[in-house]
Design a protein around this ligand. Structure first.
Ligand SMILES: C[S@@+](CC[C@H](N)C(=O)[O-])C[C@H]1O[C@@H](n2cnc3c(N)ncnc32)[C@H](O)[C@@H]1O
Length: 482
């Protein structure tokens, strides 16, 4: 039953630290662990679950497999209901060795904890979950499996940092796992005597991060719902959309012991149609309002024009001085704010002991509120006017120019200047990236290039949006003056 997931190659590129390169191609996303896995729909029904008669598993290029409606399904219909014993959770049957290994996994890499459990079931002969596990993809297109060169090709430091952190963790965790299981008796071995390496750990972590759902498990004593990641067979065949036609419903009523009765079956949770679904439509869920960084890191894909994508910047006075000079503004004061301006920067947590200098551009807000307020304040020279204003209003792009037209234009032009500087720091231009894609590249290179194109497009969009605002403000001003 156990199939090896390839070998880890450390430091695949001379300039980048780590990658868990596999020997297999990552583009073969549809290839499953077993060549002919059992029918998942039949298994779920046999185990007491409910599957709408129109729900089928099909190829949904380029997303791999997905659920598709074989005929029309009206809004509100029950699509899938799972009984409580079908989800794969960490606690079921996990040994003490597994539990102590799980404790060594940092909170942010929670997927690795459930991944240990998945590896345990993957190795167990006759596992109850084999019909589910055998249907899982054999490989994942997440960047921990990219060639070192493709990690570098992402061209975006915050993501490079995350990828390297994950790779480093997996390589260190491999040693911890090997040490923990080295001298165990065969009966105590959590992975049935199988060897575990960074690559198999990476496979399990990616299987979980790309498929698990955080669900309410039980209410703590204070009545607070405790979230727990679970793998939901069949439901996790749904692909992602920001405008999904299906949603997951879980009964949150503890008195009701988290059960829903559907079609005479006792279900732990269910998927229902949010809209009327047409014949051949894919059934889609929303994985959340995530940036492309998270989609790529956890799921191995990138969304074009993702409204939740953003770029992370570090608030830096010298950089902002350069940005306002690039925008043609004279005497910038970002590097040496006046005491009253520093006081406001501290309130915005962009100065002082509790400072958090990470700011963002893009996403629904377009410009990070704290950052926008700081720019407005630092372009102002009259403390009295600024101190009369509400700090909340200063953080909003939608409000009227709160510190006057000249201040607003200078603020927006500084953002445009900053965007120009950030764009210049990317080693390639969008046009070059697009022509590379046209030439044809490997699956991981394509993802890396798509990712950086999206980051650059986002910056261009912010620049365009800011320029439009400048024009609008100036035209309003000249109309008033006329
Ligand atoms: C929960 S699984 C969905 C089932 C999966 N397509 C399969 O073949 O098993 C999530 C994975 O599906 C793919 N996927 C889902 N939604 C996608 C989307 N909107 N664009 C690209 N790939 C998507 C990605 O490979 C992702 O890691």
């Amino acid at each position: 039953m156990w199939r090896t997931t390839g070998t880890a190659v450390i430091g695949a590129s001379p300039s980048l630290s780590f990658s868990l390169l596999r020997s297999r191609s990552i583009t073969c996303a549809v290839s499953r662990l077993a060549p002919y896995p059992p029918d998942l729909v039949k298994w779920v029904r046999r185990e007491g679950g409910f599957v709408h008669q129109a729900v089928t598993i099909a190829h949904v290029p380029p997303h791999g497999l997905g659920l598709v409606a074989a005929h029309e399904i009206p809004q509100g219909s029950d699509l899938i209901g799972l009984p409580p014993h079908l989800p794969l959770k960490f606690d079921d049957g996990s040994s003490s060795v597994l539990a102590s290994l799980a404790q060594r996994v940092p909170e942010e890499l929670w997927a690795m904890r459930l991944g240990l459990r998945l590896l345990q079931e993957r190795a167990r002969t006759g596992s109850f979950w084999w019909p589910y596990i055998s249907n899982l993809p054999e490989t994942y297109s997440v960047p921990i499996f990219f060639q070192g060169e493709d990690i570098k090709n992402l061209q975006y430091a915050p993501l490079l940092h995350q990828v390297n952190k994950r790779c480093r963790f997996l390589l260190e965790f491999e040693k911890e796992v090997k040490d923990a299981i080295a001298n165990l008796k065969p009966g105590d071995h959590p992975f049935g005597g199988q060897d575990i390496d960074a690559s198999s750990l990476g496979w399990a972590m990616s299987a979980v991060s790309s498929r698990a759902f955080l669900l309410h498990r039980d209410k703590l004593s204070e009545g607070v719902l405790n979230d727990m990641p679970m793998m939901l067979p069949l439901i996790d065949m749904c692909n992602h959309s920001f405008d999904p036609n299906a949603k997951i419903i879980q009964d949150q009523d503890a008195e009701n012991s988290q059960m829903i009765v559907k079609a005479g079956l006792l279900c732990f949770l269910q998927v229902v149609a949010k809209k009327d679904i047409k014949r051949n439509d894919p059934l889609e869920l929303s994985y959340g309002c995530l940036s492309n960084d998270l989609f790529l890191l956890d799921y191995g894909f990138v969304i074009t024009a993702n409204p939740y994508d953003c770029i992370e910047l570090r608030y830096d006075g010298a950089l902002l001085d350069a940005a306002s000079m690039a925008a043609g503004l004279s005497s910038p004061s970002f590097s040496f704010p006046a005491p009253w301006q520093r006081e406001i920067l501290s309130q915005l947590k962009l100065d002082g002991e509790a400072k958090d200098l990470k700011v963002t551009l893009g996403g629904p807000e377009l410009v990070d509120g704290r950052f926008l307020a700081a720019l407005r304040v630092l372009h102002a020279d009259d403390a009295e006017t600024v101190l009369k204003r509400n700090l909340g209003n200063l953080q909003s792009l939608s409000s009227e120019p709160s510190l006057g037209i000249a201040n607003e234009v200078a603020t927006l032009r500084t953002i445009i200047g900053l965007c120009a500087i950030v764009l210049q720091h990317f080693p390639t231009k969008i046009m070059e990236d697009e022509s590379l894609l046209k030439q044809g590249v490997s699956g991981s290179s394509e993802l890396a290039i798509q990712f950086r194109i999206q980051k650059k497009s986002l910056i261009v969009n912010v620049m365009m949006e800011m320029s439009q605002r400048v024009k609008l403000i100036q035209s309003k001003e000249s109309a008033t003056a006329a």
